[in-house]
Design a protein around this ligand. Sequence first.
Ligand SMILES: Nc1ncnc2c1ncn2[C@@H]1O[C@H](COP(=O)(O)OP(=O)(O)OP(=O)(O)O)[C@@H](O)[C@H]1O
Ligand SMILES: [Mg+2]
Length: 256
Amino acid sequence: MLEIKEVSFKYSSRDKAGNDFPALGPISLNIESKDIYAVIGPSGCGKSTLLHLLSGVINGHAGEILLDGKQLSPKRHSIGFIPQSYGLLPWKTVEKNCLLSLKIKGEKAELNKKITSVLTRLNILDLKDRYPKELSGGQKQRVAIARALIMNPDLLLMDEPFSALDALTREEAQSLFIEVWEEYKPITIFVTHNIDEAIAIGNKILIMSEGPGKVIEIINNPLFNQKDIREKEEYFKLSTYIRSIIKNGWRVNSHE
Ligand SMILES: Nc1ncnc2c1ncn2[C@@H]1O[C@H](COP(=O)(O)OP(=O)(O)OP(=O)(O)O)[C@@H](O)[C@H]1O
Ligand SMILES: [Mg+2]
């Protein structure tokens, strides 16, 4: 379980008054193993900041973050992080980028089998010898996902990983991701701007307030892992409800 206890974060200020800038929280969450949290919130509310804190890219937060009872740390835990800009190394091929995540010394044949299986499922096996600059945005996103999943992380953090895809490819990428995720089921936090995507991905949907972002609501998603969700009445109800929160300025309507 991932426990986020009263976590808040301020960036050190560069303004004349010298005030630090509160970017996040305080927020508290208990995320169970095998949960995928889809996180939506207004631009600038602190979603990327939250993922940067969890991945150890930035530190210095108030509050506590525990994974399975121990303080979360990239030294202790394996954390897969797909940043908003893919995080691929330009001078390494697709295959070498994928191998980077494997700190564990496995049998070479075993590792190759794993890479081949994940790349095949994500439809990018034929690209394994290419360099990132030879890939489209969507292909880069798939390589980043393959890399994060191959390492079999304790915690998977994804920052708008499908934002560069057109609508149809995006839906395909979502289903593919859930299919591959099913094999490993790491605790996952998936940031998106897209309501439709939040409903397609998350078993929980977390809605954040304007910055410094706090938790407005956590919705149990009844449509998680179902087929053809966009044709269901529950889908329409849920997306209308989330839209009403956004229209209300990212606040739950107290009259409802
Ligand atoms: N390095 C930084 N120094 C100072 N302020 C920062 C820094 N990075 C982000 N911020 C500010 O912190 C707030 C939260 O930023 P963050 O990137 O976490 O938002 P976000 O929710 O991911 O937004 P978006 O949806 O646009 O990606 C914003 O007001 C942003 O301007
Ligand atoms: Mg962001």
